[in-house]
Design a protein around this ligand. Structure first.
Ligand SMILES: C[S@@+](CC[C@H](N)C(=O)[O-])C[C@H]1O[C@@H](n2cnc3c(N)ncnc32)[C@H](O)[C@@H]1O
Length: 354
């Protein structure tokens, strides 16, 4: 945050004012245009000179030059630069802040006001990121049992499959057929770092295997049971197990976690990973059942909208464990992993279960 000269105008004059500030080359692209009630505060690189001020007076029926604490624009300035001659200036503030990179695929969320310019945005991403071959726009939320999203190719090669590298492992993924998010990279590493040399781990909702394979790669005496109900996820998991040479340590299992654990994995695990945030609460009994009788560690994920997401997740997990024959001995860590929507968070709770 910084105190910066600001051109304040009624919202209706926003587009005109930004155009003018740009033409005078005093529009500050590094800061975010901010809305204050019915007004827009437009960041300037400096106070306008008297002749520039007169131009504002001539074109804008209502305006004010003052100082404002702007937030920094997180969007890559270079992308905005490439787009500045292609899309109207007032829309440049909507250029997405976040681009996810999965292998040579870039994934963006296109705000509705940029829908008519998605091809330009896609081409601009291709041109500014040399390793990107394909740009995908998210065209649905993550949905269904398999946690899949729909995508539209907006630039580059028509494909949704790629090879992604993370923490020294290689993952074949197809974003239209299997869940994968590079935003969980830190979690994959964090959980793998806590795992001890000869543990048995049950990864109840494994996807293409980013927890299981990383753990197995780091610990040659580990045994990981990696379960997923999506046959496509299993296909990719098996391929990833092979390309990362962890066949002896990872056991891929196709099926619903509840049925699989009940049939063959009761009381086997030192550690259980429950990364199905929208439903994990319904599987806490299964997570408890797969841990050894002396207990073990549970990594429990959930989405919450509650005002205090961390406390809410801790309480919900404790209540769910109390409904089983196990007890929650200690919360080792509880934290927000990421914001997934306005006022919705993914939270992780690491707990010692006895
Ligand atoms: C959020 S993804 C997690 C993927 C993976 N852990 C990761 O970090 O990329 C959840 C996965 O759980 C799978 N799934 C959903 N319900 C399941 C169930 N009852 N049993 C096993 N897997 C399930 C989905 O197919 C999906 O691949």
């Amino acid at each position: 945050m910084s105190e910066t000269p600001s051109l304040k105008v009624p919202k209706a004059l926003g587009e005109k004012a930004i155009r003018l500030a740009r033409r005078l080359t005093i529009f500050n692209l590094n800061l975010k245009v901010q809305q204050v009630e019915d007004y827009l505060c437009i960041p300037l690189v400096r106070k306008p000179h008297p002749q520039e001020f007169r131009k504002f007076e001539k074109s804008l029926p209502e305006f004010e030059i003052s100082a404002f604490e702007f937030e920094h624009a997180k969007r890559p300035v270079i992308l905005v630069e490439v787009l500045k001659d292609k899309i109207p200036p007032h829309l440049l503030v909507s250029v997405p802040h976040a681009i996810d990179f999965v292998g040579d695929i870039a994934v963006v969320n296109i705000p509705p006001e940029l829908a008519d310019h998605k091809k330009d945005l896609g081409e601009a991403i291709l041109n500014t990121h040399k390793r990107v071959d394909t740009v995908l726009a998210k065209s649905s939320a993550v949905e269904g049992v398999y946690r899949l999203r729909k995508f539209e190719v907006i630039a580059g090669v028509e494909k949704t499959g790629t090879i992604h590298r993370e923490h020294g492992c290689v993952y074949h993924v197809d974003l239209a057929r299997t869940y994968f998010s590079p935003r969980l990279s830190h979690e994959h590493d964090r959980v793998a770092s806590q795992t001890k040399a000869d543990e048995t781990i049950v990864d109840m909702f494994t996807g293409v295997g980013p927890f299981s394979i990383l753990i197995a790669k780091r610990h040659e005496n580990a045994k990981v049971y990696a379960i997923d109900v999506n046959p496509d996820a299993l296909e990719f998991l098996e391929r990833n197990v092979a390309v990362n040479h962890v066949e002896k340590r990872v056991v891929p299992i196709l099926g619903g976690a509840r049925q699989v654990v009940k049939k063959r994995l009761v009381g086997v695990a030192d550690r259980v990973i429950m990364n199905l945030p929208e439903k994990a609460i319904e599987y806490v009994d299964v997570g408890c059942a797969t841990l050894k009788s002396r207990g073990g560690i549970m990594h429990y994920y959930e989405f919450t909208k509650a005002p205090d997401p961390i406390e809410t997740a801790k309480i919900r997990l404790a209540e769910a464990v109390n409904r089983t024959s196990r007890s929650l001995k200690k919360i080792l860590l509880a934290k927000v992993v990421r914001a997934t929507a306005p006022f919705t968070w993914q939270v992780v709770v690491d707990a010692k279960i006895q």
